[in-house]
Design a protein. Sequence first.
Length: 326
Amino acid sequence: MGDNSAINLIISVIVFGLVLSVWCIGVFLWMGRYFLKLQAVRRRLGISSKTDGDSETLRLWRDMQIQQEPQEVSVDKTSVQKKVQDWIDDAGWKVPFRIVVLGVCCASFVAFIIAYTFFNGIWIGVCGAFSVFFIFMQYTQNRIMQQANLFERQLLDALGVAARSLRAGHPLVGAFQLIAEEIKEPVGVIFRHIHQQQAFGSDLREALKNAAKEKRNTEFKLFATAVTVQMQSGGNLADLMDTLSSVIRERIWLNKRIRVLTAQTQFSKIVLIAMPIFLFLMLNVVSPDYMKPLFEDPVGNLLIVLMFVNLILGSWLMNRLSKMNF
């Protein structure tokens, strides 16, 4: 009996080593491909270092502040709580940070108790708790994507309203007020805050900059930067709104095209993750005696834990492979 346990343990370690090796090879290949693309882009842009790239990215904001008084530079150390709260806001949830954390912790604890009670294994209970956390993360990511798509569509409508308002003779602040009245949340709320800040005496360019920092949306940052530069240099704001609308519409089309091209990878991820879970549950129902060693033997518990870890790592890796930034 002792020899069989030792052999099973050795086989488990060998299988784990092979799976880990394959995963590491995939990660290294992805990292090599990523850095090659990054170097190619830097060569095309004429960027020699990361510092030059950051300076190029911040060039427009620096140009906007040439005529402003110099301000003290402070290091903004964003806490974990602030990052999580921003993540919650991007998902469109109107709940505080503590409520979300408490809800996830309670659901994970309940999943741990249920898994530990039915399968009598502490590691299986830990896997159940992590499964709740993983499901919550995936659901939140989908919510963030849906909110981003809604924001982009509403921003196109807002640019159209602003262009028509400016051509009718309204000032830029009046156009923002009209957007706040006509467009629903989330775009309407942002323009309402900009209008309120300007009404309380804040500079409009500073209000746009603060809104771009808070929203962290690429299209809105493009809008805020273009409007601020145009206000400083002068020009036709109505034509600028039409140009921005065309650019954002092209970006939305490109984003949809990328989602179509990566749909096969996403579908493969869903199938590959659901298949072992489905087989695991089906075998427990059809032949519980066959699956009993996984719950009663420590090596079996280790294999279940490794299964969940590999599923999570595989999901993360396939998400990274199908993600494109442009």
